[in-house]
Structures are given as structure tokens and as C-alpha cells.
Design a binder for this molecule. Structure first.
Ligand code: NAD
Length: 502
């Protein structure tokens, strides 16, 4: 794979000789040896962010938005290279690598508009000659801890919003995908230069990227100078972060694992459901937090649907994600392949019938890569293994006869990220969306559970962590709320009619 050195050059990355080895999942080749940061570097980054905050919080939000607009422009210019780097470093197929960068551009556009809309409220006061209002002020330094599977987009969901909200960002990317993070920093610096050249003041320390393993994340998380920690990753990571941040009464925004289901009813457009199942179950090689993991199909249509699915799985093109014909790329590493094999065995021991897949993929694919055949496993009921998120392309299929039972099954897992129903019956659809329906943060009708747009708030309930990022009013997480009461009268009446005349 010769392209990696060209790609790194495009971002002025030389791959300095350090202790963090970065491997491409495509062929297992070593693509970087990076210097890791130390706890002293964390301290320096926090001090720099503090100094940046003093200036940035006083910069008018629309001026802050201008920096994000320039970031969006630079991302447009860098889209092809950054998308390819995402593919090489995390193994997404080429169009998904590009799609991830597109998502970054979209959130920049959203944030630019937001920079003129950080709306507060005016509130009626009970006292004459008074008025009240609620305003939103910048919160301070935001630590962003991200996972390998969205190596760049998750940073941008946080950073674009944080920057317009007036907050500096310290980013600890996954140790499995640090090169894309360093590339993003270079793209950001290009925007910063243009912003400064236009005469704006942009402080040093607005963005720091800290390379390292979980200890660097832990140092950040435990530092009381970081008011908000936005962490994306596994449930065990989120549990640890939540406890550490809570100990110092900081704020955390958690985006953790999912175990997403699709209900297919007899009223579904089955061809459309099929296409949605394929993209959401095997796309990104099953390594999206929103990947489809549980298919809950009405018993009258299950056999026919499963037959067609098996056939479609048999013709999936698995292989080099840089090849534009490939639909399923590699898993991130061998540990992920072994975890998939283990879950397949456990499911079989719990009574599951392996319909297809589940083994190492054979055929014409780069040697040394981590390629698996996506698996379908039919389960008689939702056993323990089905309630567990295996971060790999395993689709468990269960049947139902009563929609209320299917909805109960949808909800009967510890995670609560995404969910969907395929039906053309409005009663079924509305029941699924009602307060007695899906308990997830995302509920879709006639769309798979994955591939959300940035305009909506993204996140989920229960073990998924309860955080919301990206669109809607998620920006409020990145700001502090202040209630203000202004007395423009010559009297000093007290609230609730209290008298205190001296
Ligand atoms: P991971 O939990 O292994 O690592 C995520 C990040 O957390 C890494 O940067 C890691 O170094 C850091 N980290 C780990 N332990 C830490 C600790 N105690 N303190 C501070 N930092 C710590 O996750 P992963 O394997 O990279 O990603 C896959 C997981 O992420 C899946 O469970 C997936 O569902 C989840 N995910 C969720 C979302 C979402 O938005 N809900 C999005 C992407 C991925």
C-alpha cells in the first residue's frame, strides 16, 4: 500500500518515530509510529486552552462562526485525501470514508448558522419594573475522547459546536486512529491561518490533539479545569469516565454502545427492508454504534425474508476498502475478529442457528488484513449474547407474532441508541414511535437504524449514556445557562411578596 506515504505528505505528517504503532486494518501494515503525549503535555494543553478561553469567550459568536465556516471550506478542499486516510486507517470503504468527511462539512454548516442563533429566553417577572432573561455563556474547555470507528466525524460534531459556543477543545482520539486526528488538526490550522490573515484574533490553544492510550484520557477526565468531557466509545469506558467526572462534579456527555433493532411487520415493503438491512447490518463491517444487530421479524414473513437475506449475504463483495466495488471492508484488528468468532460460538451454544457467515473471509483480499464474513444467526429468543454489543457484523434474527411483544423485545436490552420499524401501516408505525413504543434515542420508520443526519440530536438512553450531540439543541451541553433578573425601577420589591423593610 504505497498511497499512505502520499496521503501523510498531503497533511505534512511525517510519522515521527515514537512508541505508538499504528496499523492499517486493510493489510496489517505499519503506517505510523507516533510519539505519545505525557501527563505533562496534558497539563500544558489545559493551560493553553484556559488562556484561549479568556479570549474566545469574549469573541462574538458570529465571528467564532466565521472560523468554523473556514474550517468547512478547508474540509471541502481536503475531502478526498482525508476520506482516503480514514479508509486506510480505520478500514471503511471509500464512499463511507468520504461520507464521514461530508458529515464534518455538514456539521460546520450547521454550526455557522447556529453562531447567530444561540437563543435564550425572556421570562415574565412577577415584580413591577423588572425583567428576567435566560442567556447561554461559553462553558469552558471541552475534552473530546473519541472511538476508532468514527475517527474524524465525532470530533467535528463536538468541535464545530464547541467553537461557536466559545469553548476550546482538547481532543484525545482513539489510539487506533491517531493519524486522521493529526490530519484534522492540520486542516483546522489552515482555517485558523485564514481567519488570522483576515484580521481576527484566534488564540493559541483553541485546539490541542493529545496522542496516547487511555491513560491520557484518564488524566484529562480527572482534571477539574475541564468542565465538560464528551466521550464516545464502549460502555465500560463510559462507566469509568462518568464516575471520574462525577467525582469532581464535572459534566459528561456520553455516546456509548448500541444494540439496535429493526422490526419488520407483515405490512412492510420487504424489498426496501432488505436493502436497509444490508446497509445497516454489514455497512462499515458492522462497526457503527448504530449498526443493525437485531432483526425482529413477523413470523409470517420471516422465512421468505431470511432466504433472500442469505442469498444477498452470499454475494457481498468483501475485501480491500479502497476498491470501489467493495461493500464490506476489514474489522479494525485481530482482537475484533476474535471477539466476533467468540460471539458466534456463544450464540450457537445458546441455541442459535448459524444461517451464514461468521468465519474469516477467504478469496481475493489483501493479506494481513482482518476480513470476516458477515454472519446471520437465527435465535429462538433474545438470549444473553443478543443483549450484548459485539462490534462486528453479526445479525441476530428473532420472530414475533404480536407487535407489542416485538416492541418489548426491541426495548429489552441494556442499550438504547437506535431502532426502527418497517411497515406501511400507520397504526403500527405510530405505536412504535409513541411513548409506549421504542425506548431509544433514535426511532425511525422505513429507514434502517444507522446513517443519521447531523440536523437531529444524536445519542441514546440507558447504557448508551444519555448524551446528545450534533443537531437540534445539543449545543446547550456546551454552554452554561444563566438566569438574569434586571430591576429598572426605583423600588426593591422582593419576590413572593416577602417584606424586609429596615
Ligand atoms: P473504546 O471504549 O475502547 O475507546 C474509546 C476511547 O476512549 C479511546 O480514545 C480510548 O483511549 C478512550 N478510553 C478508554 N478508556 C478510557 C478511560 N477509562 N478514560 C478515558 N478515556 C478512555 O471504544 P472503541 O473500541 O474505540 O469504539 C467502539 C465503541 O464505541 C462501541 O461500543 C461503539 O458502539 C461505541 N461508539 C458509540 C458512538 C455513539 O455515538 N454512541 C459512536 C461511535 C462509537
Amino acid at each position: 500500500m504505497t498511497r499512505i506515504s502520499d496521503l501523510l505528505k498531503k497533511f505534512d505528517l511525517t510519522g515521527d518515530k515514537g512508541d505508538l504503532n499504528v496499523f492499517s486494518p486493510i493489510d496489517g501494515s505499519l503506517i505510523g509510529e507516533l510519539q505519545m503525549h505525557t501527563s505533562e503535555d496534558v497539563d500544558k494543553a489545559i493551560k493553553k486552552a484556559d488562556a484561549a478561553f479568556d479570549i474566545w469567550k469574549k469573541t462574538p459568536p458570529p465571528v467564532r462562526g466565521e472560523l468554523v465556516r473556514l474550517l468547512g471550506e478547508e474540509l471541502r478542499s481536503a475531502k478526498a485525501d482525508l476520506g482516503a486516510l480514514v479508509t486506510v486507517e480505520c478500514g471503511k470503504i471509500a464512499s463511507e470514508g468520504l461520507g464521514e468527511v461530508q458529515e464534518m462539512i455538514d456539521i460546520c454548516d450547521f454550526a455557522v448558522g447556529l453562531s447567530r442563533q444561540l437563543y435564550g429566553l425572556t421570562i415574565a417577572s412577577e415584580r413591577p419594573g423588572h425583567h428576567m432573561r435566560e442567556v447561554w455563556h461559553p462553558a469552558g474547555t471541552v475534552a473530546v475522547i473519541s472511538a476508532f470507528n468514527f475517527p474524524v466525524a465525532v470530533w467535528s460534531w463536538n468541535a464545530a459546536i464547541a467553537f461557536v459556543c466559545g469553548d476550546p477543545v482538547i481532543w484525545k482520539p482513539s489510539e487506533k486512529t491517531p493519524l486522521t486526528a493529526l490530519a484534522c488538526k492540520v486542516v483546522f490550522e489552515r482555517a485558523l491561518k485564514r481567519f488570522r490573515d483576515a484580521g481576527h484574533d484566534a488564540p493559541e490553544g483553541l485546539l490541542s490533539v493529545l496522542i496516547g492510550e487511555k491513560d491520557i484520557g484518564q488524566t484529562l477526565v480527572n482534571d477539574e479545569r475541564v468542565p465538560l468531557v464528551s466521550a464516545t466509545g464502549s460502555v465500560p469506558m463510559g462507566r469509568a469516565v462518568a464516575q471520574d467526572v462525577a467525582k469532581r462534579l464535572g459534566r459528561s456527555l456520553l455516546e456509548l454502545g448500541g444494540n439496535n433493532a429493526m422490526i419488520v411487520t407483515p405490512a412492510a415493503d420487504l424489498d426496501m427492508a432488505m436493502r436497509a438491512i444490508l446497509f445497516s447490518a454489514v455497512g462499515t463491517a458492522g462497526q457503527r454504534c448504530t449498526s443493525l444487530r437485531r432483526l425482529i421479524v413477523h413470523q409470517d414473513v420471516a422465512d421468505g425474508l431470511l432466504e433472500k437475506l442469505k442469498k444477498a449475504y452470499g454475494s457481498l463483495r468483501i475485501g480491500d476498502p479502497l476498491d470501489k466495488n467493495t461493500l464490506v471492508g476489514p474489522l479494525i484488528d485481530d482482537v475484533a475478529c476474535k471477539a466476533m468468532e467468540k460471539s458466534v460460538e456463544t450464540a450457537k451454544s445458546e441455541g442459535g442457528e448459524l444461517v451464514c457467515g461468521g468465519a474469516r473471509a477467504k478469496g481475493d483480499m489483501p493479506k494481513g488484513g482482518h476480513y470476516m464474513e458477515p454472519a446471520i444467526i437465527r435465535m429462538s429468543e433474545q438470549k444473553e449474547i443478543v443483549c450484548h454489543e459485539t462490534f462486528a457484523p453479526i445479525l441476530y434474527v428473532m420472530t414475533y407474532s404480536d407487535l407489542e411483544d416485538a416492541i418489548r423485545m426491541n426495548n429489552a436490552v441494556p442499550q438504547g441508541l437506535s431502532s426502527c420499524i418497517f411497515t406501511t401501516d400507520i397504526r403500527e408505525a405510530e405505536l412504535f414511535l409513541s411513548s409506549g413504543g421504542s425506548d431509544c434515542g433514535i426511532a425511525n420508520v422505513n429507514i434502517g437504524p444507522s446513517g443519521a443526519e447531523i440536523g437531529g440530536a444524536f445519542g441514546g438512553e440507558k447504557e448508551t449514556g444519555g448524551g446528545r450531540e450534533s443537531g437540534s439543541d445539543s449545543w446547550k451541553f456546551y454552554m452554561r445557562r444563566q438566569t438574569q433578573t434586571i430591576n429598572y425601577s426605583r423600588e426593591l420589591p422582593l419576590a413572593q411578596g416577602v417584606k424586609f423593610d429596615v
